[in-house]
Write a protein of this length. Structure first.
Length: 289
């Protein structure tokens, strides 16, 4: 058995052990606004519910290990004392993952991930319309656990209103866990699907992905491509070159002889098949052909 004194490890190594061993963890998809009303959306897996009376949830945006800076979410809740905690199901997991990209201050992750902003009833931050359950919260307290990189900040939230989609309710108006289809975070690139088992999603790029808001309208509004498809497509750093598209079309000519005259819908169906196999580059080449 490997026995380790945590003080003997670097913070980054200890962080990996902790997150791999303490899993799966529920995901707080936290929507906030800054003092000027700019929206921010980011996921956190240091999260759980801690009380029903009063209804209290706590999530923890940690200080970045690499440079000891704080995240926009923490800065926003310090300034406004409000947050919406959205839960994440399987249908939106790729879009959620895309929002963890560290976009510059002022960039709206709702737009980058192709998610819908839904006005809250009580608090200023918007809800994620696609989330099956949304909790409007007031921030009661923020407890700082340290001052060095990796230190958590416990954001203690009191739920002031909750919203549940009818599609995840049973005949008794109780949440059906199978219909809810939640996902949770594990170590590395792994997630778990509550009604299934572990699956893997590539982490968002260390460089900034192009985001759904930069897509052509026919792609963004596709009736074929799913939210997960859009999340995968938005996580590329750059689109393929014209030359690489031409070469690719030539290589698949026997398999798809009519690709050059295909409609957008037909191209999206083929791209969806490539995305289901995790081949994002080929999917983009089909879409842009």
């Amino acid at each position: 058995m490997l026995s380790i004194d945590p003080k003997s490890l670097s913070t980054s190594v200890l962080h990996k052990y902790l997150l791999s061993a303490v899993a799966p963890r529920p995901i707080a998809f936290a929507s906030t606004v800054d003092a000027n009303g700019n929206s921010n959306l980011s996921p956190f897996s240091f999260f759980n519910v801690f009380s029903a009376n009063p209804p209290i949830m706590i999530f923890s945006p940690a200080r970045r290990v690499r440079d000891n800076t704080t995240k926009h979410t923490l800065q926003n809740v310090e300034a406004t004392r409000e947050v919406v905690i959205n839960v994440v199901n399987y249908n939106m997991v790729h879009q959620m993952s895309l929002t963890s990209t560290e976009y510059p201050h002022g960039v709206n992750e709702f737009d980058k991930a192709g998610l819908t902003m839904l006005k809250s009833d009580i608090v200023k931050p918007f809800r994620v319309a696609e989330a099956p359950v949304q909790f409007e919260c007031k921030v009661n307290d923020i407890i700082k656990l340290g001052t060095e990189g990796g230190a958590g900040n416990l954001v203690i939230c009191e739920v002031v209103k909750l919203h549940i989609h009818d599609q995840v309710l049973d005949e008794n108006n109780e949440i059906d866990q199978k219909k809810l289809d939640l996902v949770a975070r594990a170590g590395g690139s792994y997630y778990t699907r509550a009604k299934n088992s572990f699956f893997e999603i590539p982490k968002p790029l260390s460089n900034v992905g192009i985001g759904v808001d930069s897509f052509p309208n026919d792609v963004k509004n596709s009736m074929v491509l799913t939210g997960n498809d859009l999340g995968m497509l938005g996580n590329v750093e750059a689109l393929p070159s014209k030359e690489s598209i031409i070469d690719f079309l030539e290589s698949i000519r026997d398999r798809h002889p009519k690709i050059k005259t295909a409609t957008n819908t037909e191209k999206h169906k083929i791209a969806h098949d490539y995305l289901s196999q995790g081949d994002v580059e080929s999917a983009w080449k089909i879409i842009l052909s």
